[in-house]
Design a protein around this ligand. Structure first.
Ligand code: NDP
Length: 277
């Protein structure tokens, strides 16, 4: 029987791909995002779209109430909406950093809090949180983004233990580099912010390397992550973490088994190479 699934960030990238494939599998899918016009294909495929800014508690309340009034249950919540704020810590305002946390952590947490009582009453449910390999490893100029994903890892681990006895699973997905709109959003105003600062040259080189990398088509397709989401949904005993996508497994391996020092050497030499090319 189809499960009722609410997935955030469904207007693009991983969320859209997952929503469309979950509909194909016979599930009742509600996609949520700010850009409702970008979710027409979800509706055409037989799903539902809900306009929701994760920064708005009213939007979240309305979205969850709508799913409950139409389906009377939510079996799976996929907390996928998010973005990457990149730049030197010195050049990013605390307000921008707070917004990064509001979207990637506090909005997600508000939505999750809203869904938990329902899942608790159902005595079942799955909360799938889209973390990142960046929830375990770090890259230059990604301080605020990594801080949110490191936070999500710890938050989700604690929540898993809290909710276990209620029949609710909390699952983390840790993607590597995936070809989506993420990279455009990530580099948006990053260089502008650095102009005239000691970081300008490095950030311009990083932007160029990122653009060239994506122009060469580097990155896994979103379907790589959709497969992991489907695995987690279909499993009676899901893993705590699913890892997939370009660079994710080797990066996590190096950091875990060779330590921070070797990891930093490896990442910085790759970045130096990319920014020289
Ligand atoms: P995209 O930029 O393609 O998609 C991001 C989605 O998040 C969009 O649907 C966007 O919808 C939504 N979103 C952003 N801000 C808000 C907001 N304020 N309110 C509601 N929705 C919002 O990127 P991805 O598909 O790659 O990203 C999905 C998740 O995967 C993110 O959490 C990201 O951190 C994670 N990830 C991505 C990786 C990658 O390489 N692509 C690697 C590791 C993790 P809209 O703008 O319409 O609101």
């Amino acid at each position: 029987m189809g499960k009722v699934i609410l997935i955030t960030g469904a207007s693009s990238g991983i969320g859209k791909d997952a929503a469309l494939n979950l509909i194909k599998q016979g599930h009742i899918v509600y996609g949520a995002a700010r850009r409702i016009s970008k979710m027409k294909d979800i509706v055409e495929a037989g799903g539902h779209s809900i306009k929701m800014d994760i920064l708005s508690n009213e939007d979240i309340d309305r979205a969850v109430d709508q799913v409950i009034s139409e389906q009377n249950r939510i079996d799976v919540l996929v907390n996928n909406a998010g973005y990457g704020l990149w730049g030197a810590v010195e050049t990013i305002s605390v307000d921008e950093a707070k917004r990064q946390f509001d979207v990637n952590i506090f909005g997600l947490a508000y939505l999750t809090k809203k869904v938990i009582p329902l899942m608790r009453n159902q005595k079942s449910g799955k909360i799938i949180n889209m973390s990142s390999m960046g929830g375990k490893v770090y890259t230059p100029f990604g301080a605020w983004y990594h801080a949110t994903k490191y936070a999500l890892e710890g938050w989700s681990d604690c929540l898993r233990i809290e909710l276990k006895d209620f029949g609710i699973d909390v699952i983390l997905i840790e993607p590597g580099v995936i070809k989506t709109e993420f990279q455009d959003v990530m580099m948006d105003s990053t260089v502008e912010r650095s102009i005239g600062t000691p970081y300008e040259k490095k950030l311009k080189a990083l932007e160029k390397a990122t653009q060239e990398m994506y122009a060469r088509g580097i990155g896994s397709p979103p379907s790589t992550i959709t497969k992991l989401i489907i695995k987690a949904i279909n499993s009676h005993n899901p893993k705590r973490r699913y890892v997939g996508g370009l660079f994710a497994k080797p990066m996590l391996f190096i950091k875990k088994w060779f330590g921070d020092k070797m990891y930093e050497k490896a990442i910085m030499s790759q970045i130096k190479k990319a920014t020289k090319e």
